[in-house]
Design a protein around this ligand. Structure first.
Ligand code: IMP
Length: 430
């Protein structure tokens, strides 16, 4: 039995969906512990392609898939995901379970997310506009609605009667919008969802802990990335949940001592979508090449991703914050053509100071200190064995491992399941 956490080490989009799908072959249960349908996990298998937003990637291999209590669920978006999976002949009925205490994204959350972003103008976060932030805000303010609140119409109505006047007041007087939320409409819509979801609801902490007690392999699938974590990310340009490995404990109701392995997913370069600091961002031809070769467009919103060189300072911090036991390095094939490849090993501030850690407040004018490595300039696409990888690529991997302080367990050279090389199986399932 092993409990493995998969966590993004940068700003999300590191290729977690593909790796989770690959590792799920040996898992018995896969669980999401945070986030919502802001995530977009792209998985390519056989001749099919699928983007999952909330359902754990384990569903594609008929494994028990659990949406944990730490997530926020938009019921209408989840039903749409059911439909998309049905088109691929994948049924969710037998293998999906949803925490009865997961919080719901309500219609006003989506509206507030979009209105708040608009009001911020140039200072906007660049959210996905899915209502994630406002749903977590209500959770912490003890004003959230959970699946359990849909059990009784009277109870749901009473909760909404206490909440909606404040929301409508904000709409009218702060946002100066003519839109008002109707309690009747929301009650009707969400009671309808309850009927559609009630057979999936469960005490997900109990289910997961039973799997652990029964010596099953459990995989926790992180969404977004370490630097979008609300506590440790580049605040305020973050998402509203604890994306890091520590989020598993609260977001799935699992004790920290149960976790055996934490695999950090690392893109061989860096990308970010939305606003916020990005020291190694490339606004030149190389940045455009990375975007093109890596198809760097948001899986949820389609927005072009900002691209840049690999930042070892960032990933070393992620190794420390998450307690990462090994790295899975993805999208190496995207670098195939490059003559030279840079790695940031520190930053220089405007007043000439050298920094070896990402500061809590990003300083304008801070520039990366790079070291340069030779590229391998050949195709890695069809390579399936570690020893067959070009020497320059192996040196690049070794240097990353040395700089960030964790061994490499997996390497990915393309989006398909078979384009994955296991370097050290002991670092994955014990
Ligand atoms: P929110 O999660 O929609 O509130 O967005 C907050 C920030 O997180 C924005 O910069 C988004 O672009 C970013 N973000 C949210 N989900 C993802 C993801 O799955 N991948 C990459 N960035 C994300």
């Amino acid at each position: 039995m092993t409990c493995v956490v998969i966590v993004g080490t940068q700003w999300g989009d590191e290729g977690k969906g593909k790796l989770v799908d690959f590792l799920t072959e040996d898992a018995d249960l896969v669980a999401r512990y945070q986030g919502g349908n802001n995530a977009g996990h792209t998985v390519k298998f056989e001749d099919k392609s699928c983007i999952l937003h909330l359902i754990p990637s384990g569903i594609l291999r008929n494994k028990m898939s659990v949406i944990g209590n730490g997530t926020v669920v938009d019921p209408s978006a989840l039903l749409q995901e059911f439909e998309e999976l049905k088109e691929l002949d994948i049924s969710v009925e037998e293998n999906l379970k949803i925490s009865e205490t997961a919080h719901l994204i309500m219609p006003y959350h989506r509206v507030f997310d979009q209105l708040r972003e608009k009001a911020k103008g140039d200072n906007k976060i660049g959210t996905t506009g899915r209502g994630i932030g406002p749903a977590y805000t209500d959770k912490v303010a003890r004003s959230g609605i959970r699946f359990t609140d849909l059990r009784s119409a009277d109870h749901l109505r009473a909760r909404l009667e206490a909440l909606i006047p404040e929301k409508n007041c904000l709409m009218k007087y702060f946002f100066q919008s003519p839109v008002q939320f109707s309690i009747d409409q929301i009650v009707e819509e969400y009671l309808g969802y309850y009927e559609q979801f009630k057979s999936y609801l469960c005490d997900s902490s109990l289910l997961i802990n039973q799997a652990i007690d029964n010596n099953q392999n459990v995989l926790f699938e992180g969404a977004q990335g370490t630097f979008l974590d609300v506590d440790h990310g580049t605040y305020p340009f973050v998402t509203s949940s604890n994306t890091m490995a520590g989020g598993v404990c609260a977001g799935c109701g699992v004790g920290p001592v149960k976790i055996d392995k934490i695999i950090g997913i690392v893109k061989a370069y860096t990308t970010r979508v939305g606003s916020g600091p990005f020291p190694t961002e490339l606004l030149d031809e190389t940045g455009r090449l990375l975007r093109k070769e890596g198809s760097e467009f948001g899986a949820t919103t389609g927005r072009p991703r900002r691209c840049g060189w690999f930042d070892a300072v960032l990933v070393r911090q992620a190794v420390r914050l998450n307690g990462i036991t090994s790295l899975a390095i993805t999208k190496l094939d995207v670098l195939d053509q490059l003559e030279t490849i840079k790695i940031a090993v520190g930053y220089r501030t405007r007043n000439g100071q050298t920094l070896t850690e990402l500061p809590p407040v990003y300083e304008k004018g801070m520039v990366p200190i790079y070291e340069e490595h030779p590229g391998w300039q050949c195709s890695t696409k069809d390579i399936t064995e570690y020893d067959k990888l070009p020497e320059a690529l192996i040196s690049y991997l070794n240097r990353i491992s040395e700089l960030v302080g964790a061994p490499v367990s997996l390497v990915s050279v393309g989006p398909k399941r078979e384009e994955t090389i296991v370097c050290d199986p002991k670092q994955i399932w014990a």
